[in-house]
Design a protein around this ligand. Structure first.
Ligand SMILES: Cc1cc2nc3c(=O)[nH]c(=O)nc-3n(C[C@H](O)[C@H](O)[C@H](O)COP(=O)(O)OP(=O)(O)OC[C@H]3O[C@@H](n4cnc5c(N)ncnc54)[C@H](O)[C@@H]3O)c2cc1C
Ligand code: SF4
Length: 479
């Protein structure tokens, strides 16, 4: 057991738990307003360099499943414990959420509205895209309005995308991605090797290549191998953060505490701290994904410049969301299930990844076991999502109508989308949310929660750009 608690040196302006997307972008935004702030970042994992990750073929020496339990057994949750968190393992897919995603209750009578709108977040989307040098096409503004161009030009589309884009200019767009389409000062150009969690050429945005300004800043102290166990809270204020390092227990005090330990570990820390708002851990969710393929006649695919080259929004939004989930269709420039077998027709294949939104359900939740470990119960996806899967499978023919399709095959469901979300939802009303519109905990007013835990609903799109934009916004409002 750890030795007696020791007071850490002095009091920090901000103590940050975790060093993933939510935490890093909060620190980035905070320092823009208060450059002299003294900030301590406590990270549970170690600093595994890009070279270490390539050599060991993994992002961390701590397997995610060793950090929580799954009483239901079947549902996989995937994340990285290590300096930089999800910026290490992510694939760099960076679409914004759709304006309707923030207004699901008002527009479609399901899920909850977010306590902010797409328009509120838009300037911070721009900042996050700049920080990550996101590549994309400004034509996307037709459905996702934007006030500034993408920082990098779009990736080279495939021959399949060219046909699709011509036929469906309102739905089919080059992917928005933090995989560089041209060489930048910090990153090489993506060369479409399609193993982005371990990018061999360092083309995607990561902690190591993207946050050199924080590592070089003497006001920011980053300590690794420091597992935060709980927060000392009393009378609506968090006074200190307790953590373990080398078998000893420490405490760090700060004016402002930022909790960004991911959507499983952040609620677990709150539950251990007695900050047990009734919705803590409740509603954890992620999208439901599957693979499908189309065999096409006479069009050779796979000539694009990155792993996923396009997004198709035909099934994403509309009044149908009153009845069933929407779906985002990713046009893949890789062949996870092999090429075609027929001589000379190897590339006449269109692999698709389809992500379907889910509804947060109270039965899916993070609790604490008797040993203090988080337990993630996930009984089932919602009927809304199940219907969305069925409708999208049936509608794939319509999506791919512009192509000379011979046959469409459903391949398989994906075990996880590697997105953990919604276990500490944000909202204006304490009865239906754990944190408020500024991401401040309803019951502890110097505690900010960041990361995908705060999502009020489960849009089809990948989460991390929105996590980054939300953190920049919260930092700008709070600092
Ligand atoms: C293989 C894979 C591919 C992905 N691809 C994409 C993609 O293409 N696009 C996309 O948008 N998203 C992608 N994601 C999801 C993305 O990684 C997450 O959405 C994002 O990281 C969430 O940010 P966060 O700040 O909530 O958590 P994280 O980034 O996971 O950060 C949490 C941090 O807290 C630390 N921590 C945990 N517990 C403690 C503790 N007790 N004390 C101190 N520190 C702690 C962790 O080590 C970590 O550094 C992918 C994820 C995976 C696993
Ligand atoms: S497609 Fe290849 S080069 Fe591009 S980001 Fe992924 S792994 Fe890196």
């Amino acid at each position: 057991m750890a030795e007696a608690l020791r007071a850490d040196e002095g009091k920090f302006d901000v103590v940050v738990v975790g060093s993933g997307f939510g935490s890093l972008f909060f620190v980035e935004g905070y320092l823009r307003k208060r450059p002299a702030a003294r900030i301590l970042v406590l990270e549970r994992g170690r600093a595994n360099s890009h070279a270490w990750q390539l050599e060991h073929s993994r992002n961390s020496d701590i397997p995610p499943e060793s950090t929580f339990r799954r009483p239901d057994g079947h549902k996989i949750w995937n994340f990285t414990i290590g300096l930089g968190g999800g910026t290490n393992c992510w694939f760099g897919q960076s679409p914004r959420f759709h304006p309707s995603d923030f207004r699901m209750r008002t527009r479609y009578g399901v899920a909850q509205d977010w306590p902010l709108t797409y328009e509120d977040l838009e300037p911070f989307y721009v900042e996050a895209e700049r920080k990550m040098s996101v590549a994309g096409s400004d034509e996307m503004a037709v459905i996702l309005p934007r006030s500034a161009p993408f920082p990098l030009p779009p990736h080279v589309p495939t021959s399949v995308d060219r046909i699709m884009r011509k036929a469906q200019p309102e739905f089919h767009f080059p992917i928005a991605t933090a995989r560089a389409s041209v060489t930048t000062g910090d990153r090489a150009r993506c060369c479409s090797t399609a193993r982005c969690n371990l990018c061999p050429v360092d083309a995607k945005f990561t902690y190591a290549n993207g946050f050199k300004n924080l590592t070089a800043n003497p006001a920011v102290e980053i300590r690794v191998d420091c597992e935060v166990t709980h927060l000392d809270a009393a009378n609506g204020v968090v006074n200190a953060v307790r953590y373990r390092h080398n078998g000893r227990e420490y405490s760090a005090a700060g004016e402002l505490i930022v909790l960004g330990a991911n959507a499983i570990h952040s609620p677990a820390i709150l539950l251990r701290s007695g900050l047990d708002h009734p919705l803590t851990g409740v509603g954890i969710n992620e999208q439901v994904g599957y693979y499908a393929e189309a065999l096409v006649d006479g069009v050779d695919n796979f000539d694009g410049s990155t792993i996923t080259t396009a997004l198709n929004y035909m099934l994403y939004d509309g009044d149908f969301r009153k009845e069933h989930a929407g779906a985002l269709v990713y046009f893949e420039n890789r062949w996870p299930f092999g090429l075609r077998k027929e001589y000379g027709r190897w590339r006449q294949l269109v692999p698709l990844l389809v992500a379907v939104e889910d509804l947060p359900q109270d039965s899916n939740r993070v609790t604490l076991g008797g040993d203090g470990m988080p337990r993630v119960s996930h009984a089932a996806i919602s009927d809304y999502a199940k219907k969305g899967v069925d409708h999208s499978v049936a509608a794939l023919g319509k999506v791919r109508a512009p192509l000379p399709v011979e046959q469409i095959n459903f391949i398989e469901m994906r075990p996880t989308e590697s997105h953990i979300q919604g276990s500490l939802r944000m909202g204006n009303d304490r009865a239906t949310s754990v944190i408020d519109a500024k991401q401040i905990h309803h019951d502890a007013r110097n505690l900010v929660v960041v990361g995908s835990a705060v999502f009020a609903s489960c849009p089809c799109s990948n989460p991390s750009l929105s996590v980054a934009a939300l953190s920049l916004r919260a930092a700008s409002l709070i600092a």
